[in-house]
Ligand binder design. Structure first.
Ligand SMILES: [Zn+2]
Length: 487
């Protein structure tokens, strides 16, 4: 274990705290996963991309991380979908778990350690509820079981909402079976055709909140290091998880609560009614997983990420710069190195590593980390322009590659084949300019011909026309050797 200075913003208490794990070299982390009844949109993947990075960073610091990410595979939305499609809820949920896995894997990030499903833990959920009833934290009433929020003193400690404030101005479902209108359901009866399980309270199914408390306890134990999820889950879902778990085990449930913020589209919330939902798979197919991950990590995880054409184009440009430098670096033959530069660049990279580490250790400040990355790219480009392939650049490029392998691996970025990825970015840029490669090549042929014929007026016009479209040509005395897109 390395000593570390990691600080994480804890939603419980709302301040940055030094991270310390319960077990010496192990971190127990539970993150709320998707309800599986449809393909997921880009906003749903901010969590998976961010928590993958968080896990990688903890591993980099020397921890073994147990990362549990659940599937909610029984829920009213799943039941509605199964009715619409005349399928069983299991058919619906299994289908969308598979689709989710395809999307997740297409992001080329590491899978969580475990991905439990609610329906495979019904016994654990029933046991958990029985424990709460025994402690008088829950009560049954006509086939339902409710959690009694009056029995839990800490209710509201995560969200800062007090039970009495909640009641005022809150649309509370009228339910005469509840002792307090704010009590929430742990178990509810299933109607005739609805899916359900036998329980001490009759045929029914679990409420949503209880599944996470029960599965987390079963797999990781009653006390964990980090509980994560989207900011929209903070209340009531996570508040209720705390109430359930802490009432049942009389200890703090999770030491850290980490919430990633949401993704908006052009400053608007993504919603079905606005019709601005982008499915993650469509975005990845139209652009790439690399662009998607880069966008997500370029904004601090606690800020709203505003998805729009501007950020997509900026990201394409940024990745173009990074991959062009990485490609050039990999082409440098650094077999013979002049020892004179060793010391200078060892110091330079030690310093840059300290900088990037301190950004990440400061509550995962990825925009700061990206600024360090661009500093190094700038330095590399300066060296290649000024010094060509001198010993200096050879030595620099070795460290440069090592740096990008290490931090790229942790961020889940910069692992693409460098040449192929630049080609795909070129294609995207051309697509956004609505120009085809064939068009450019035909113009180059036409221009080469004009130059041969000494028609310099025509040759200049073609060059200028292409320039106006943002296409720059590189010539040797006889012909055009290459072209590139000005960014
Ligand atoms: Zn949950």
């Amino acid at each position: 274990m390395k000593t570390n200075s990691l600080k994480i913003f804890n939603s419980l208490g709302k301040k940055k705290q030094a991270f310390k794990s319960i077990n010496k070299d192990k971190v127990l982390m539970y993150v709320c996963g998707p309800t599986v009844y449809d393909l997921l949109h880009v906003g749903n993947f901010r969590g998976p991309v961010f928590f993958n990075f968080l896990r990688n960073w903890l591993e980099h610091l020397g921890y073994k991380v147990e990362y549990v990410y659940n599937y909610t595979d029984i829920d009213d939305k799943i039941i509605n979908k199964s009715n619409q499609e005349n399928k069983s809820t299991k058919e619906v949920s299994e289908k969308f778990i598979n689709e989710f896995k395809k999307d997740y894997d297409s992001l080329k990030i590491t899978r969580p350690t475990k991905t439990p499903k609610c329906t495979e833990h019904i016994d654990d959920i029933i046991n958990f509820i029985q424990g709460l009833i025994k402690k008088k934290s829950a009560y049954s009433s006509e086939g339902s079981v409710f959690f009694s929020i009056d029995k839990f003193n800490g209710y509201g400690k995560l969200s800062g909402k007090k039970p009495e404030d909640l009641l005022a101005g809150h649309r509370v479902e009228v339910n005469s079976n509840k002792k307090n209108p704010m009590d929430f359901v742990l178990w509810k009866p299933s109607k005739d055709k609805e899916p359900g399980w036998n329980s001490p309270w009759g045929f029914g199914r679990p409420g949503w909140h209880i599944e996470c408390s029960a599965m987390c306890n079963k797999i990781l134990g009653p006390r964990i290091d980090i509980h994560g999820g989207g900011a929209d889950l903070l209340f009531p879902h996570h508040e209720n998880e705390i109430a359930q778990s802490e009432s049942n085990f009389s200890n703090q449930f999770s030491n850290f609560w980490v919430h990633n913020n949401l993704i908006n589209f052009d400053n608007q919330k993504m919603s079905k009614s606005l019709g601005n939902i982008i499915k993650a798979r469509d975005f990845i197919e139209d652009n790439s997983a690399e662009i998607f991950k880069f966008i997500i990590l370029s904004v601090h995880y606690r800020s709203i990420l505003n998805f729009n054409d501007k950020i997509i184009n900026q990201t394409i440009n940024n990745l173009f710069k990074i991959y062009s430098s990485l490609k050039l670096s990999s082409e440098i033959n650094n077999s013979e190195i002049d020892a004179a530069y060793v010391k200078e660049y060892e110091n330079y990279f030690t310093l840059k590593k300290e900088e990037i580490d301190s950004y990440i250790n400061n509550d995962f400040n990825t925009p700061g980390a990206f600024a360090v990355i661009f500093d190094i790219i700038k330095k590399f480009n300066l060296l290649t322009v000024n010094k060509q392939l001198s010993s200096e650049i050879k030595y620099f490029s070795i460290h440069f590659d090592k740096f990008f392998n290490l931090y790229g691996g942790i961020l889940g970025l910069f692992q693409e084949n460098r040449k192929d990825f630049i080609d795909s970015l070129n294609n995207l840029l051309l697509k956004s300019k609505e120009i085809s490669e064939q068009f450019i090549l035909s113009k180059i042929t036409e221009r080469n011909h004009a130059r041969k014929e000494k028609d310099f007026k025509l040759s200049d016009t073609i060059r200028d026309d292409l320039m106006n479209l943002g296409i720059e040509l590189k010539d040797n005395p006889d012909s055009t050797t290459s072209w590139y897109i000005k960014i």
